[in-house]
Design a protein around this ligand. Structure first.
Ligand code: DCP
Ligand code: MG
Ligand code: MN
Length: 335
């Protein structure tokens, strides 16, 4: 939904509109379709009024405003406040708190709220949580905090040292918001590759690295499962320095020849990525974290039907060049 700030400022009923908008926001979160419609109608009707509304009687006479809304308007003009809002903001706090758990989105949070759960204890006792959600609750307070750069530098160093001990050909690059120069980051993203001219599998080294990092206590919780049978190139977990807080860490293993495409993709930010991918698309190409491809034939809905021909993947610059965009350093990709 869109707010139309500018024009409301001029309304003689700005206070009423503002309060009703808080109600509308609440019902939008609750997905209460009927009330959403009713408040949208009411707000639109009030915006059309050129004179201040001063009583229940004046409110009820306006088309689109019913008995209940008129009562609320009367409360606002008489007391300057709406008692219901205090109650609602507490509900919203609970939903926000639930949806901030790792592995929980707004729709799950809302479902739990609707069942009457209000605390983490309620959830733990009544819901069959996924592994990731259990860890998310266990480390909740730490995971809400942003990570200072210096700490990421230190953690990255430890990962790099461990990697080099296992396989000197492993190369670690910390990407994400860190490489874009942000002073604090939401998580730690490390890209790992192996200059693999000798053809040895880098996945094997990756598994050894994970073991070594668990052993030294840097990795404390796995959010994804990794073993010999089911080794993915993407590890999500939690790490912690000896006296530090629990931090989210993502490790990505990428083939050396795809390093440029992977760097471009995992450096982000997501908005920059979207614009680069759109640019590729406009030139009938496709860009993903593996490379830039041409001769893509797209079916309905823009789904690509063929893999296409590889244009570039080894370095970022080759990809920028092929797209006809001047290269930009990561700190200029904070869109
Ligand atoms: N990425 C993306 N699209 C997504 C998620 C991620 O293109 N839906 C890419 C761009 C991101 C990078 O992966 O920059 C890393 O993802 P993060 O979610 O870790 O985001 P950032 O590191 O950019 O920010 P934060 O500080 O919140 O971790
Ligand atoms: Mg990140
Ligand atoms: Mn990440």
């Amino acid at each position: 939904h869109k707010h139309t700030y500018g024009e409301d400022d001029a309304s003689p009923n700005k206070l009423i509109i503002d309060k009703l908008k808080v109600l509308l926001d609440h019902y939008l979160r609750m997905k209460d379709e009927w009330r959403i419609l009713s408040y949208r109608k009411a707000i639109a009707a009030i915006k059309r009024q050129k004179e201040p509304i001063t009583s229940y009687q004046e409110a009820i006479e306006i088309r689109g405003i019913g008995h209940r809304t008129a009562e609320k308007i009367a409360e606002i003009v008489n007391t300057g406040n709406l008692k219901r809002l205090q109650h609602f903001s507490k509900d919203d706090e609970v939903i926000k708190k639930f949806s901030d758990i790792h592995g929980v989105g707004p729709s799950i949070a809302m479902k739990w709220y609707a069942k009457g759960y209000r605390t983490f204890d309620d959830i733990i006792q009544n819901v069959k949580l996924t592994r990731a959600q259990r860890i998310g609750i266990e480390c909740y307070d730490d995971l809400q905090e942003r990570i200072p750069r210096d700490e990421i530098t230190e953690i990255s160093k430890r990962v790099e040292v461990a990697a080099c001990k296992i396989d000197p050909k492993l190369l670690c690059i910390t990407v994400g918001s860190y490489i874009r120069g942000q002073p604090t980051c939401g998580d730690i993203d490390i890209l790992i590759t192996r200059n693999d001219s000798d053809g040895k599998s880098s996945l094997d080294s990756f598994l050894k690295l994970l073991d070594a990092l668990r052993e030294q206590g840097l990795l404390t919780h796995d959010l994804t499962q990794h073993n010999e049978e089911k080794a993915s190139s993407r590890y999500l977990g939690i790490c912690k320095l000896p006296d530090g807080k629990y931090r989210r860490i993502d490790l990505f293993i990428v083939p050396f020849n795809e390093l440029g495409a992977a760097l471009l993709s995992f450096t982000g930010n997501d908005i920059f990525n979207r614009s680069m991918r759109l640019l590729a698309r406009k030139q009938k190409m496709k860009l993903n974290n593996h490379g830039l491809y041409k001769n893509i034939s797209r079916g309905r809905g823009g789904v690509s039907l063929t893999e296409g021909t590889l244009v570039a993947q080894r370095t970022e610059r080759e990809i920028f060049d092929a797209l006809g965009v001047p290269w930009r350093p990561p700190n200029e990709r904070n869109c």
